[in-house]
Design a protein around this ligand. Sequence first.
Ligand code: PRX
Length: 665
Amino acid sequence: MSEIESANETQTGKQESRIFPPPATFQAQANVSGMDDYRALCAAAQTDEQDFWCKLAREQLQWHKPFTQGLDESNAPFYTWFADGEMNVSYNCLDVHLTNGNADKTAIIFEADDGTSSKISYRELHQKVSKFANGLRSLGVKKGDRVIIYMPMSVEGVAAMQACARIGATHSVVFGGFSAKSLQERIIDAGAVAVITSDYQVRGGKQLPLKAIVDEAFTLGGCEGIANVVVYQRTGGQVHWSTRDIWLHELTKDQPADCEPEWVSAEHPLFILYTSGSTGKPKGVQHSSGGYLLWTKLTMQWVFDLKPTDVFWCTADIGWVTGHSYIAYGPLAAGATQIVFEGIPTFPNAGRFWSTIEKHKTTIFYTAPTAIRSLIKAADGDATIHPNKFNLTSLRLLGSVGEPINPEAWMWYYKNVGRDLCPIVDTFWQTETGGIMMSPLPGATPLVPGSCTLPLPGIASAIVDEAGHDLPNGQGGLLVVKRPWPSMIRTIWNDPERFKKSYFPEELGGNIYLAGDGAIRNKETGYFTITGRIDDVLNVSGHRMGTMEIESALVANPMVAEAAVVGRPDDTTGEAICAFVVLKRSRPTGDEARQIAIELRNWVAKEIGPIAKPKEIRFGDNLPKTRSGKIMRRLLRILAKGEVITQDVSTLENPAILEQLKEAL
Ligand code: PRX
């Protein structure tokens, strides 16, 4: 069955009929108030696309040199936006607030793992970033250089990103859970000149080394381009030191608290963020400066309905795109007060999110379905950490991101966290899109649990078949975006051909963006529901991972002859990784198999990072293959789910193998 057929099945199998219109009080104060407002914005974008975007870019951003053109399609699909305009992202996130009344407003409330908290104003953050930027300049880091950021959730992590933006260096943040090998691969691919890291990161009461992993990346080779490693001292724990290392506090202590920003073209690459695709090698998604910032700022206003008094909390890590757009850039550009959280949702107990919302009087809370699902479970088991034990009355808006939110989790979130009063914005987007693409507007769109509802104004989402033809509502197909938008991916770093092939395939005409997800629109409402990836990408706890990447890691182990990785549904993590492995030696069973499975899981953690560890490993003498040698992943997915194979397997070369792979360890 194709992905499209399965999408149709989802739709016909279960229709969600609950609808939640925006509360009148919310609508009355909303930045986009009512569907007529929403439709008017959509119509404006359609009537004169250039005028729509150019007007917004002039209103929302400060330009050092004004642009004369919005979208340029002359080199499609390498679209550009506002290209001859000059600006600086950090200037637009910090300096603008020194003169607009926000200077002493709290920019960041830092909630540390141990429950202590501190605040930093826009003025102070501007100084911190300026000193940081001057420090980087003093090391010789300059416009166009690439800088790897391997940092914990911290004010310094955000400041590192802003400091790079300030001097025109392109950063590439690597999530602190990635291994030395993943870090090394990114250092090499990006051709980076510096690494910014910290001694340790603190999560769930534990100190985890970061600097030591950077050191290990160097031992793997190929990192000679890195002249300096700047180290933020988080814990003061022991670190190994070499001549290329420099403490952040030493670097910045005598630097001036002002730093002239580097004025760059709106198209200047602000960052590269590596993400998984359908091959073994992660792709360096390259984003722009002007178009990216415009959209992250605008979506703060439209989707999060941001007001000057809000306390915004996005629980993502700065190592993922959500942490880029809705921690490091969007909220600061929009002048928000936001929480930056160092810890994990379950420490010191699973009431941490709720107690932190209460403590800082959070008004807008944005998290991932996987966190909600695990907290539902925890609250079921322990009434003392149920959200109803906390004062959550400050909340006025909730958000969800990263994976489909199942209607049951949605309802729990709505009732228990939002007290039936807060709209939920189920935001669909991707690393490649830079910002939210489809989402309810909380003061306008009636909500339906499990649906990201409608595209934002200016976003031309559509559903097409494999030849690029539009499909009617009710029929599942490929999610595409038919017109460029300002925050879209510009290219894949070092691989423009892969960019074209992955996102603008010839089969669809070569100029419409292929998201890589299946979707379906409701027959009556036209609402979109995402049905899941159409490629070999898994979504585990909202973390995106390529099956091929994990397979490559497994076969790199000397014991392994062959491996196939598939996803299977999981109540908490959304999907779970299931690996089918053939060893070079005979197939292990019993305790021995369990022992080797542990070894292989640890191996994958070392190769990629703990997030990529397979939840389950099954061993076979072989894998189910067609006569031409193609692994039948479709069958493996059925086995992983524990279901019975009912289809015809006569095309298999070795049908008997299915029996062997049926049983979990
Ligand atoms: O499959 C979709 C899923 O996450 C993928 C993008 O992952 P990533 O680039 O890591 O970015 C995640 C954070 C923006 C998408 O292709 N996804 C994201 N948001 C949703 C979603 N699936 C369903 N509903 C969503 N709201």
